[in-house]
Design a protein around this ligand. Structure first.
Ligand code: PPS
Length: 286
């Protein structure tokens, strides 16, 4: 059912994909050292990284990325279909995705050598992307007006919880994990360099022409046209394609088209106070 919300450890999740069982199962997930786990707050570049990892694994060959939907090749650990999908999967390494915060998933990852790719994005762009996505996603609550949505984002009451807790939780534990932090902005400014960095982290070095193919197939225009990654396979009842597009703009700084000066000052004030204890020096970068 689309209208159901699952509340788990104080955070809301869409009930059509998450159940109490699936969320509990994620917390006890038996990670293998060969696993690759893509971690992100929604709208931070998750799908982009799923495509990058798929293409690195196939050495730039787009066959898999054009024949299998991203949610089957890099399933979300916390979603109900994941366990069954993994039972029937033989792919190595396993590629998994999660939006869960570190305080929930950390215990399952303790002592694990699983490779974690943490993807983050300027939270102002995350917020704008999430706002537009709420308008087309029938499994998310009505976003209300933009100022209301902005307030909820800053309060951490949207589905998937607080952006601040998410980034602080994962980055503060980075040293204890086998974690690579990649930003959406890096992917956007230097896709080639980012793919190189990810391929080194995964210990899958690429030849020049393989890297060229990865870059080509991970471009916004290629991904926008690939139905295995652009979410056009999702029926209208779930994702109303008349109200928007998953591959919406793919730009840095779109927040400037939405925020008023006053909203920007409100955001910066909350950001500064909530990020005081963050080890990342992001304060002047948003
Ligand atoms: S989700 O729902 O959490 O999985 O969303 P996520 O994939 O994290 O974020 C969606 C935004 O990423 C943009 N995107 C890209 N931008 C540039 N290049 C490429 N290749 C690319 N692929 C996805 C997508 O357009 C969403 O951002 P906005 O700002 O809404 O366009």
């Amino acid at each position: 059912r689309l209208d159901v919300t699952e509340v788990f450890h104080g955070i809301s999740y869409p009930g059509h994909l998450h159940t109490q069982d699936s969320l509990h199962h994620a917390l006890k997930f038996p990670f293998q050292d060969t696993d690759v786990l893509i971690v992100s707050y929604p709208k931070s570049g998750t799908t982009w990284m799923q495509e990058i990892v798929t293409l690195i694994s196939s050495r730039g060959d787009p066959h898999l990325s054009q024949s299998s939907p991203n949610w089957t090749r890099a399933p979300w650990l916390e979603q109900y279909y994941c366990a069954d999908l993994l039972k029937s999967s033989t792919s190595t390494p396993r590629v998994l995705t999660t939006h869960l915060p570190h305080d929930l998933l950390g215990p399952a990852l303790q002592e694990s050598k699983a490779r974690i790719i943490y993807v983050s994005r300027n939270p102002k762009d995350v917020l704008v992307s999430f706002y537009h996505f709420h308008k087309m996603a029938n499994f998310l609550p009505d976003p209300g007006s933009f100022p209301e949505f902005l307030h909820q984002f800053l309060e951490g009451t949207l589905h998937f919880g607080s952006w601040f807790d998410h980034i602080k939780g994962w980055t503060s534990q980075a040293a204890a994990l086998n974690l690579l932090h990649v930003t959406y902005e890096e992917m956007s400014k230097d896709l080639r360099g980012t793919i190189n960095r990810v391929s080194s982290f995964l210990q899958r070095p690429l030849l020049e022409h393989e890297l060229n193919n990865c870059v080509k197939h991970c471009s916004f225009s290629c991904m926008k046209d690939n139905k295995m990654i652009n979410y056009s396979l999702i029926p209208d009842e779930i994702l109303d394609h008349s109200k928007g597009c998953f591959m919406r703009k793919g730009e840095i700084g779109d927040w400037k088209n939405m925020f008023t000066g006053e909203q920007n000052r409100y955001f910066d004030t909350v950001f500064k106070s909530k990020m005081q204890d963050c080890i990342l020096k992001l304060v002047n970068k948003v």
